[in-house]
Design a protein around this ligand. Structure first.
Ligand code: SF4
Ligand code: SF4
Length: 160
């Protein structure tokens, strides 16, 4: 299994459903406000909720993200955490978490090794500027140290 084929989004929308764990950090909020033509206060009041110092997108009565409408209604401006899934820190560093994610995200190749997935994910996040350091309000799932990133980028994609 090559690193290039560990994941390809099927656009099923499954990751836009449930719980309300979509963090919108400062950069996300600026991008979404610009896309929607909304003032920050209006955006925050209409589409978000604050918990433990972080801003999250709300979830509609249908259980989907407030911006989900048969697909992402703000796709060009979607938050970084949406751009990054399924390459979250937990899935990149923990083989068990990665294996469980195969059940919830059909875009992850069933036969992909964890090493291949981690290597592809680290390169994907780095190339798109999606890695967060310790920025306040940033999604914990995107916080990776330079050492963690370097180790994943060196991983042998043929390792099981
Ligand atoms: S669950 Fe996976 S395959 Fe489905 S839309 Fe989300 S990232 Fe793509
Ligand atoms: S912002 Fe878009 S991609 Fe992110 S959870 Fe909402 S609908 Fe899905």
């Amino acid at each position: 299994m090559s690193a290039a084929s560990a994941f390809a989004c099927r656009r099923c929308g499954q990751c836009c459903r449930g719980e309300g764990g979509i963090v919108a950090d400062e950069r996300d909020q600026q991008r979404l406000c610009a896309y929607l033509g909304a003032a920050r206060e209006t955006f925050l009041a209409a589409y978000t909720v604050e918990r433990s110092g972080k801003v999250f997108l709300t979830v509609g009565a249908d259980g989907n993200c407030v911006f989900f409408e048969a697909g992402c209604g703000v796709h060009p401006a979607r938050p970084d955490i949406c751009r990054a899934w399924p390459f979250f820190r937990g899935n990149l560093i923990d083989a068990v978490s990665f294996a469980l994610s195969k059940d919830s995200c059909p875009g992850i190749e069933q036969g992909a090794s964890h090493a291949a997935f981690a290597r592809q994910g680290a390169a994907y996040l780095q190339a798109r500027g999606l890695v967060k350091s310790s920025q306040a309000g940033a999604a914990e799932a995107l916080k990776l140290s330079p050492a963690m990133l370097a180790a994943m980028l060196k991983a042998d994609p043929d390792d099981a």
